[in-house]
Design a protein around this ligand. Sequence first.
Ligand code: MG
Length: 256
Amino acid sequence: MTRLLFFAIVLLGTPSLLAAQDNEAFQRRLEASRKTEVWEPVPPVVTPGLWTLPPSDAIVLFDGSGLDQWESVDGGPAPWQVTEGVLVVKAGTGDIQTRMAFGDVQLHIEWKTPVDTAGREGQARGNSGVFLMGLYEVQVLDSYRNRTYSNGQAGAIYKQHIPLVNACRPPGEWQSYDIIFTAPRFGADGSVEQPAFFTVFHNGVLIHNHVEVKGPTVWIGEPKYAPHPDKLPLRLQDHGNPVAYRNIWIRPLSGN
Ligand code: MG
């Protein structure tokens, strides 16, 4: 009888003791795991846009209705054309830029290169550009079956980084860039504390993954940083081709 009781304790009692120990160990682990939980700040709730419509907290730079947010680079009204909700480069009138200045941003921009490609090759086919801070260019070009130097094709961080893939659509079709840009940081003495960085999606495809920018875009020679303000206007390039733009919105990031 006693022996039976003993076995009963061994068989039934021990598992519950083990379970209690397991539970205690689990509680300790749970407590340890909480040390690395970060609860503040709470990310604000943002309603994403449908398809490519801007999310609720974006600054809309162009929605088809006008060029209120834009000016020519020398300060006058933006001279490009808006036709049926589409902004088109007016060749020879020069670049345009935003009235507002930006530092770190997420930028969405849609563009379309001309269908008429007759006699146009390389850099002369559908050339424009998106210049973050007016200085750092993501190349806009018709790179659909149109060879040029790789660090100057569509999506290139011009003359600095070749896109990971060529995600170009044919001319006449709308394309998108989603750009995450981190502005450079300069010390009080003008030294570069942190270079600029780009992450870029072309038509939803990743083409740059946090690549380091060597300095402002230059056509000739090596890029070299020079100190500039924390925020500068976004600029679109007139490269002589009637490239079209639509649905441009921007989200300034991290208090900059
Ligand atoms: Mg260009």
